[in-house]
Design a protein around this ligand. Structure first.
Ligand SMILES: Cc1ncc(COP(=O)(O)O)c(C=O)c1O
Length: 362
């Protein structure tokens, strides 16, 4: 194989997608509960996204040497949604987190706190802050990094009181779909007042997936920096670092950069995605939470919020295999946790049927 295949492959040959469904090479239809790991929030072949992709008037790439009205337009929308003042565009979640660490460091260099169970990306900076990779033997950044216990407010305060930067996921994804407790937000607020820069990694939990644009809004928490990616570019690589003025005003020409970050095709698609989110999709997710998820939460021991959900099974690989036979594609993390990140256009009855099938198996 010429392609370096270092992924745990799902044994289906997907040929195409339509709406919330994927089809294999013999036209078998699967309900897609993986959603390109949370990227395909509008499903497959959204009409307006297809129109943007077919539109050749705008060149996909210029260079960040040039200003362009699209960058300003999307940055303004994101600043409104994130209650921030400035946006830096990237190509991915990892790059957003990398940039966020540099930006925070410029204001407040020193000890960085991440959490047990965290995942922030795989480049060396983000990797160094990812607790789930602690066993991997690669070089780590030369900053003091500590991991606070997840959902333990005392431990967070104890480690955070002499820290400079804290990075957290409002809902841990790869770590097992775990929602941060209210009490931890109180500590984050307190530490922020003491001058700690707080970065909310909303790469998986943001973009409306929880039913609010940012999952940290459930506790009305305002981070100094918010990182986004995944569905932001409608399937084309795009990430964003949304920051408060005290961070942005400290950054100058040459401090950071990217060749492709914020490419125009991705920004054009993000305009469609953001319009649809504001239109009805977040309300749809909140309805699903109220009408469907609340009904199954107890029976399945379900964690998470909105369309970012997880529950444990006794044998993850076997569960996924049986579900494929029943026309469902699910993602297994941490061996036995089923993580659901379906497109937002999934219907209540589609999700209900999936949960009923899952319940029979558990
Ligand atoms: C919370 C979180 N941070 C960072 C990343 C890294 O994003 P990317 O794979 O786009 O680099 C991910 C990806 O799953 C993520 O879930």
């Amino acid at each position: 194989m010429d392609f370096l295949n270092i992924y745990p492959n799902i044994p289906v040959q997907i040929e195409r997608g339509k709406g919330v469904y994927l089809f294999n090479d013999s036209n078998k239809r699967y309900l897609d509960l993986i959603g390109g790991i949370g990227v395909n929030i509008l499903g497959y072949h959204d009409r307006e996204c297809d129109e943007v992709l077919a539109d050749t008037r705008l060149t996909p790439h210029l260079s960040n040497y040039y200003l362009h009205s699209l960058k300003e337009e999307i940055a303004k929308i994101l600043n409104n949604l994130c209650r921030t003042e400035s946006v830096f565009f990237t190509n991915s979640g990892t790059e957003s987190n990398e940039a966020s660490i540099k930006f925070a460091w410029k204001v407040n260099p020193g000890k960085i706190i991440a959490f047990e169970g965290s995942f922030h990306g795989r480049s060396l900076g983000a990797f160094s802050l990812s607790h789930i990779f602690l066993h991997q033997d690669f070089p780590r950044i030369d900053a003091e990094v500590e991991f606070a216990r997840w959902n333990d407010p005392e431990n967070l305060y104890c480690r955070g009181k002499d820290a400079s930067i804290i990075i957290f996921e409002p809902i841990q994804g790869a770590g097992g779909v775990r929602v941060m407790k209210k009490e931890c937000y109180k500590v984050l607020r307190e530490l922020q007042l003491q001058g700690v820069i707080v970065i909310a990694d909303e790469i998986q939990s943001g973009m409306g997936r929880s039913g609010k644009f940012l999952a940290s809004y459930f506790e009305d928490f305002q981070a100094d920096i918010i990182t986004l990616a995944k569905g932001l570019g409608g399937g084309i690589p795009l990430g964003a670092v949304c920051m408060k003025e005290n961070i942005a005003s400290n950054l100058h020409i040459g401090d950071h950069g990217t060749t492709m970050g914020g490419n125009l095709k991705a920004l054009q698609l993000s305009r469609v995605v953001l319009q649809k989110l504001k239109g009805h999709l977040m309300a749809h997710i909140r309805d699903i939470e109220k009408n469907v998820i609340s009904e199954y939460r107890r029976d399945l021991g379900m964690r998470g919020r909105g369309l970012f959900l997880g529950f444990d099974v006794s044998n993850g690989a076997e569960f996924a295999r049986i579900m494929r036979g029943k026309d469902y594609l699910v993602n297994i993390i941490q061996e036995n946790t089923v993580r659901l990140l379906p497109p937002y256009i999934i219907k209540e009855e589609e999700l209900r049927e999936f949960f009923d099938t899952a319940k029979e198996l558990i």
